[in-house]
Design a protein around this ligand. Structure first.
Ligand code: 6PG
Length: 247
């Protein structure tokens, strides 16, 4: 295993969700303390649904600085927010609506536009959140998931988009587990600027890929999760025992 990897293993999914929620709580409070706001970027998929449920519950209502957080998305499927497959829609129903988070703090990718157009718009939006001397915003906390094929965000194996080198947001097409193929995704260019990145992974079906990503040869084209290497930030892998069973 890479000597710099910070890998934390929890006995089950509930303990994992609890730990990730606490990590988010700490990171958002620290960001608000230091910079007056927290820029948070979220993933979709099934992994974080329990976490979102927890964050939207009474337990986190008063301890998270909800009024100072700006929410962004790591990727989005090209579907409207009401669709079950919408990453924004999932978080909206579990957290934003119950906690009545003001719209001005919520920055979804537009799943109803053609993907190219949505990507361009998002790139423009992100440029309004940069610090003075930066060209891209630095997220305070990024939540990433990993697919069984090693993809993360909507960066899929075997595909290198030349635009990834210059753009923070790109449109992609990918077939994965019958999910919508049209997608918009952030690129490593912006993700790797983040102050903190958490990979949340659970379940035995990801164990083998996880071992390859963390302990195998470097092959970022085949294992896009390996493209995540913060330049000046921290990367933490938070896993349940099943996902970690082959490490
Ligand atoms: C998406 C995601 C994606 C996700 C992985 C893992 O929109 O699909 O943001 O990168 O994190 O596909 O998905 P599961 O959590 O469902 O395994």
């Amino acid at each position: 295993m890479n000597s710099q990897s910070d890998v934390r293993i929890y006995p089950n999914k509930t303990a994992l969700e609890d730990a990730v929620a606490k990590h988010f709580l700490l990171a958002s409070n620290q960001a608000v303390q230091h910079r007056g706001r927290a820029l948070i970027a979220l993933s979709g998929g099934s992994t974080p649904l329990g976490l979102f449920q927890l964050l939207g519950s009474e337990a986190y209502r008063s301890s998270v600085p909800w009024q100072q957080i700006h929410f962004f998305w790591v990727d989005e499927r090209c579907v409207p927010p009401q669709d079950e497959e919408s990453n924004y829609g999932q978080f909206k129903r579990k957290v934003l609506d119950p906690l009545q988070i003001p719209r001005q703090q919520v920055h979804p990718m537009n799943g109803t536009l053609p993907a190219e157009e949505a990507a361009q718009k998002y790139e423009k939006l992100l440029s309004t959140f940069t610090d003075e001397d930066q060209t891209l915003p630095r997220f305070d906390w990024v939540l990433l998931g990993m697919g069984t094929d090693g993809h993360t965000a909507s960066l899929f194996p075997g595909v290198h988009h030349p635009a990834e080198e210059q753009k923070a947001v790109i449109a992609v097409t990918a077939e994965y587990e019958n999910r919508p193929a049209g997608r918009v995704t952030l690129t490593p260019l912006i993700l790797n600027q983040a102050r903190q990145i958490v990979f949340m992974v659970h379940g035995e079906r990801k164990a083998q890929t996880l071992r390859e990503v963390l302990q195998g040869e470097r092959d970022p084209l085949r294992l896009p999760a390996q493209r995540i290497r913060p330049l000046d930030g921290r990367l933490v892998w938070m896993l349940d025992e099943a996902a970690a069973s082959q490490l």
